[in-house]
Design a protein around this ligand. Sequence first.
Ligand code: UDP
Ligand code: MG
Length: 312
Amino acid sequence: MILYLVIPAFNEEEVLDSTSKALKEKMNNLIKNKKISRESKVLFVDDGSKDKTWHIIENLHAKDKLFIGVKLSGNRGHQFALLAGLMEAKKYADAVISMDADLQDDINVIDKMLEEYKNGNEIVYGVRSSRKKDTFFKRTTAQMFYKLMKFLGVNIIYNHADCRLMSKRALEELENFKEVNLFLRGIVPLLGFKNSIVYYERGKREAGVSKYPLKKMLAFAADGITSFSIKPLRFILAIGIIILVISIFIMLYALIVKILGHTVAGWTFLTISIWFIGGLQMISIGVIGEYIGKIYNETKARPRYIIEKILK
Ligand code: UDP
Ligand code: MG
């Protein structure tokens, strides 16, 4: 059984040495114990790094053919880098496991995933059993995100990031999802197939800083929601209806005040209303715009990633 590990890397020069060492040991062990075939590989995807990441990958490849690499032509973001790697790996592998370059996902999860694969699962989700080592901020924002997604009716696995095993079969089906607004955590559960979950402890980043600053995190969350749920659009409708109902009472109130002859008193109320409704309209248009932006991107159907170089 040929296993490929797919590791997206964006400016990861600080961690690649220790990561490659750990992965090499793990893979060689698995090969020795006949769990995976000798043709198994570790595939790094360089997501347009500006540091020595690609250079390091080339060196690793020169020393040991266990390591192979794909270099994207520019920084396209984690999801696309991952997709590029998965699609490349699919050509040769029976199953592919994706992991982050910083090895925050415990690599011993590989053994558990292979076990589940052997039991006939096409997809195995790696789920973090605890986030003790994440910062308080990361932990709470991430958890809020999962809860919000669930509330919006998007089927994602709680506390599962992009650490997962997918069989060749599942990857072939994934290839048919042509969307440009890529949110793999939402798409993979749509594939169906027999699947299971394995748990692991999420560790600390080995070195370097998170490549997901708050700005990227928020954009990622917004993509996740708007590319999978039309509920925000429905919210606008609901808010509109509520405001309509309220405005009937306000009309009654305004009429009564007029009949009683205190019309000037309405000024404060009027000002507040104008601002309030104005704000609400802006938000609503913004939400609609968000979706139109998505449609815009999807209709253009630009390539999702461009491969510059392949080492194999
Ligand atoms: N990554 C990437 N392209 C990007 C940002 C991140 O390929 O534009 C990779 C990064 O190298 C790492 C993974 O995505 O392998 C997850 O990033 P990181 O560990 O920085 O995120 P965090 O664990 O803090 O969520
Ligand atoms: Mg990380």
